[in-house]
Design a protein around this ligand. Structure first.
Ligand SMILES: [Zn+2]
Length: 459
């Protein structure tokens, strides 16, 4: 507002001066000069005003980000304009004062000359010629300065307009880039969220299935099962020491059983038709890890084992390689095995040996839910190779004699599912030459079986 008032006052003063001077002096040269000045000032003022209005319109349409820049440009333009006008006005005033002073001095000289000298016409003409020359010089200088100022202002205006155009271009580019980036980010976020939601839903559904199974089978804790990558038989790809795999790392958990104070036999995979022969020859109590499917096929043999006081334990329902099964499938393998043993002989096993020794922290976590203790071994006879021709029975006996001589402790792995396995087992029992073998439960001084639920115990 103050700037506008100063500009207006300056313009009015300038116009007044350059209008009055020709009337007072009545000199054609000065009139021409002032008209040129006036036209230049009006033209420049109109040009700058137009540019400022254009800049203001563009600013109003541009984004918030460029507003500050546009305001700066407008302020700079207006300040430049004001300074230019003040300079031009000052120049014009000074020029006018100089011209008027010269005119007055000249007139005084002419009057004095006319009074004092009657024949001084030559001098007067000479003086007047000098005066006119001075006036013309001043006029040319003023006009030149005005022209230079005009060029500077026009150049400034053009530069400001170009800067404004660049700002608008940058603004448009920024808006476009922002839109593109927002679209990309939204797409990425949507994809990530979809994937996460799918994973969550699948995990939740799996958890619900396990919870349901646990509830059906009487288990109380369903979650927090360790995650171990599934693997095929004989492969340890992706298995790390912290998974505590017995077959991959010979890893033993604190609650596992894998050895015994006395060198003791254990028999897996039965019961089978050859099992009764073994029962007839064993000197004492031993441990059988049975498959549920064989318990159901040979219930009388299973009951005979139980009646003779051997420890019966679980070896899954159908000898599954648990490490490649889902949690639900592992639960099913264990649960069906327990069901078969309970339905056939009224016992609930406390000991469990994963087939192939494929036990890890995930399998342990599930079997613990069933109240089972995982059992492995530290002496392997490889007796199953006798049937397949990879090893002779004598090789097995040599191994057993070596173990007995080295250190008469440990759990021996054998099988009663074939007649060859049974025959080897009988001979091994003879080599050990003792009836002081222990069952797995006795090795750790434990209960043999889990207690029946209170409501199942007879009055
Ligand atoms: Zn087995």
């Amino acid at each position: 507002m103050t700037t506008t008032i100063i500009m207006t006052m300056t313009i009015i003063m300038t116009m007044t001066i350059i209008t009055i001077i020709p009337i007072i002096t009545n000199m054609t040269i000065i009139t021409n000069m002032t008209i040129i000045n006036a036209i230049a000032i009006i033209t420049i003022t109109m040009s700058i005003t137009g540019n400022i209005m254009t800049a203001a319109t563009i600013t109003a349409k541009s984004t918030t980000m460029t507003n500050a820049m546009m305001t700066t440009i407008m302020t700079t333009t207006m300040t430049t304009t004001m300074i230019t006008i003040i300079i031009m006005a000052t120049t014009t005033i000074m020029t006018t004062i100089m011209i008027m002073t010269t005119i007055i001095n000249t007139m005084t000289t002419i009057v004095r000359t006319a009074i004092n000298t009657t024949n001084a016409m030559t001098t007067t003409i000479s003086t007047m010629t000098t005066t006119v020359t001075m006036i013309m010089t001043v006029t040319i200088m003023t006009t030149t300065v005005t022209m230079i100022m005009t060029v500077i202002i026009m150049t400034t205006t053009v530069t400001m307009t170009m800067i404004t155009a660049m700002m608008i271009t940058i603004s448009i580019m920024t808006t476009t880039m922002t839109t593109t980036m927002t679209t990309t980010m939204t797409t990425t976020m949507t994809t990530t969220m979809t994937t996460t939601m799918t994973t969550t839903i699948v995990t939740t559904m799996k958890t619900m299935i396990i919870v349901t199974l646990m509830a059906v089978t009487g288990l109380t804790v369903a979650d927090n099962l360790p995650e171990v990558p599934p693997r095929t038989l004989g492969s340890c790809v992706g298995i790390r020491p912290e998974h505590c795999s017995f077959d991959c790392f010979r890893c033993i958990a604190p609650d596992d059983v894998f050895t015994c104070p006395l060198l003791s036999q254990t028999f897996d995979d039965g019961p089978g038709p050859a099992t009764p022969k073994l029962l007839d020859h064993l000197p004492g109590k031993t441990t059988f890890f049975t498959q549920g499917i064989n318990v159901v096929r040979f219930p009388d043999i299973f009951r005979l084992q139980n009646d003779q006081g051997h420890l019966l334990a679980s070896h899954t329902w159908s000898h599954a390689h648990l490490a490649e099964l889902s949690n639900e499938e592992v639960v099913a393998q264990i649960q069906w095995s327990i069901w078969a043993m309970n339905a056939t002989a009224g016992i609930i096993p406390k000991f469990f040996r994963p087939p192939y020794g494929a036990g890890d922290n995930r399998i342990r976590a599930i079997s613990r839910q069933f109240g089972l203790i995982s059992v492995f071994w530290d002496r392997d006879t490889f007796d199953w190779m006798v049937s397949e021709g990879g090893k002779t029975a004598e090789d097995v006996y040599d191994d057993v004699r070596q173990w007995k001589w080295e250190q008469p402790q440990g759990l021996i792995l054998e099988h009663d599912s074939t007649i060859d396995g049974v025959n080897v087992g009988i001979r091994v029992a003879e080599i050990l030459d003792t009836d002081r073998q222990m069952t797995v439960a006795d090795c750790i001084n434990s209960q043999w079986y889990q207690d029946l639920p209170q409501w199942l115990v007879p009055e």
